[in-house]
Design a protein around this ligand. Structure first.
Ligand code: FAD
Ligand code: DLZ
Ligand code: SF4
Length: 514
């Protein structure tokens, strides 16, 4: 029986479920570079280059492991431009008796896979993606029993399921959560860990040339492309993280510093999401560092929480909430995202740092995404769907299943409090506490009104005032509403006028030309 095994661009794992138990002699692996995937949003140029190069390297690795791989390149003149079109051509070429594929990572592509059996008249087996800790059924079962879907409870289930950081039935160290210890600002430090940089090999250079020609009008630039594109290099990066950064990962998880792109973060998300690294394996290795006394518990618990907690939880929410989740707009926000999200040209230093590094490298760390660019978009009332499309576009680790609940849910409160119990908004004071950005900024973070006032300040209070009807009863927002009520009517009016004037400058600005 001849089996066609399509492998998608985020399924680059040797132990992929669709490969398990197959006889290599009667199987053809199909990998497809297709225009539809490269253009369903205007992906950052480095994101396209990363995925195509990682796909080409993975095809070579599969061949070396004995698989027959049929690889369709983007510049193949016969390329139909879509997954379904390429399956049709491969069915013609190979006349398979069946198709076996690992489930897709997003609704859009899942719908394609579902249509194949009818379209091609051969059995299509869609296998679960076993690279995740929780199955869809497990997440749904957990969610059914909850009054609200608090991540913390789900995370504890995942700790129990995996046994990670468990001493019998108790959490290691007697606590599930060390977040309170993990909010330290960082100082510039010459000994800060430095991740590896990978110079492009011949395959990557060919891809870079292709992307430059075909996607030169997409956001970002290809200059300085230094991402790992093979499992071996991703593994080298992981080893450096465990050795140099994990011990202080927890302490500085929320810190930001001018000119420092990585701090103590792992920078492994693109490799985990496309399959070059296995998330559970990384967690077990982090735990081993703790058990061996090389990394403290607050760091290791923080790292494990991000992966078997937040990452798994976001996937569960994505599939549970359905394809219409993307349309939710609880706060009724409709402002277009300012053009400087695509250029980085703004005199708000925190924004220029987060946007500049995003455009240069297709990466920013979590607190930049959440409390700088996400916070600003939420404060100005940006349309959450547009904000979602921007994040999907610009980040090298962005696939809808993980990006959408993070952006629309956690960051933009578009789901009205399903993912986060309160909106992640702050004035400039938070950014000042967690970074050195304000020291380098032309605005004064201490001022709320006037030409030099930090825009985040008036925007924050304006957001609070504007949404009193929807957020005023939220117990976690009681403090800001009490503080707002304490202001005199004159002060309130001055702050809201300051915000209105700033928002008017955004409305008057030219849309992005990128
Ligand atoms: P580290 O800080 O080293 O964290 C360790 C690992 O934990 C990461 O590699 C990642 O796999 C996982 N992780 C951490 N936080 C999250 C989270 N909230 N959700 C899922 N996994 C998490 N992450 C993505 O992988 N893809 C996205 O498209 C994405 N979009 C985001 C959009 C917004 C608005 C926000 C606020 C966060 C988003 N995140 C996304 C989560 C997080 O910002 C990135 O996972 C992280 O910055 C990746 O860098 P790192 O590998 O150095 O992470
Ligand atoms: C993101 C992406 C891009 C840019 N290009 C391709 C491609 O040419 N071929 C491919 O198989 N996958 C690509 N991807 C990743 C897919 O979009 C991703 O695998 C699906 O969205 C999974 O649901
Ligand atoms: Fe950002 Fe305001 Fe600080 Fe400037 S002063 S860096 S705009 S928070």
């Amino acid at each position: 029986m001849k089996t066609l095994i399509p492998i998608l661009g985020d399924q680059l794992s040797p132990a992929l479920s669709s490969l398990r138990g197959q006889r290599q002699a009667s199987a053809v692996v199909l990998m497809m570079e297709v225009a539809d995937e490269t253009r369903y949003v205007r992906h950052h140029q480095q994101k396209i280059a990363y995925i195509l190069s990682a796909m080409r390297h993975h095809a070579a690795a599969l061949r070396a492991a004995g698989w027959t791989v049929d690889y369709v390149t983007l510049d193949d003149p016969a390329n139909s431009g879509s997954f379904t079109g390429e399956i049709a051509r491969a069915v013609e070429r190979h006349a398979p008796d069946r198709i076996v594929v690992t489930e897709a990572g997003e609704w859009r592509v899942a719908a394609m896979l579902e249509a194949w059996e009818t379209l091609f008249g051969i059995p299509v087996e869609v296998r679960p993606d076993t690279r995740f800790v929780a199955t869809h059924a497990e997440f749904d079962e957990w969610a059914e029993g909850q009054s609200d879907l608090t991540m913390e409870w789900f995370y504890r289930e995942m700790r129990r399921k995996t046994g990670l950081l468990m001493d019998g039935s108790e959490p290691a160290g007697g606590r599930w959560n060390f977040d309170k210890d993990n909010r330290k600002p960082a100082k510039a430090d010459l000994l800060m860990p430095r991740p590896l940089a990978f110079g492009p090999d011949a395959i990557t250079q060919e891809v870079l040339a292709l992307v430059a020609v075909r996607f030169g009008d997409h956001p970002g630039s290809l200059d300085g492309f230094d991402h790992a594109v093979t499992a071996a290099d991703a593994e080298r990066q992981a080893a450096v993280f465990f050795r140099d950064a994990l011990p202080q990962f927890g302490d500085y998880e929320d810190a930001m510093l001018t000119g420092e792109r990585h701090l103590w973060h792992s920078i492994l998300s693109p490799y985990i999401n496309s399959g070059l690294l296995d998330p559970l394996d990384l967690c077990r290795r982090a735990e081993a560092e703790y058990r061996a006394g090389r990394a403290p518990l607050n760091s290791v618990e923080g790292y494990v929480r991000q992966i078997i907690g937040w990452r798994e939880y976001m996937r569960g929410i994505y599939w549970r909430e359905g394809p219409d989740y993307v349309e939710r707009n609880f706060l009724d926000h409709h402002r277009p995202l300012p053009g400087f999200y695509w250029t980085g040209e703004t005199d708000m230093h925190c924004m220029a740092q987060a946007l500049g590094q995003t455009l240069a490298t297709a990466h920013a760390h979590h607190i930049q995404r959440l409390m700088v660019t996400g916070n600003f978009a939420l404060l100005i009332g940006a349309d959450p769907k547009q904000v979602h499309l921007w994040y999907l576009e610009v980040y090298i680790d962005a696939y809808e299943w993980v990006e959408l609940p993070n952006t629309l849910g956690m960051s933009q409160f578009g789901d009205g409090g399903l993912v986060g119990t309160k909106p992640y908004v702050s004035s400039g004071a938070y950014i000042d506490r967690m970074s050195d950005y304000c020291r380098h900024c032309r605005y004064d973070v201490k001022q709320r009104v006037g030409p030099d006032a930090c825009p985040f300040n008036a925007l924050y209070w304006d957001f609070i005032a504007r949404h009193q009807d929807k957020l005023g009863d939220n117990r976690r927002m009681a403090m800001p509403y009490r503080n707002w009520a304490k202001q005199t009517p004159e002060t309130q009016a001055a702050i809201r006028a300051q915000a209105a004037a700033f928002l008017a400058t955004l409305d008057e600005a030219e849309p992005a030309d990128y």
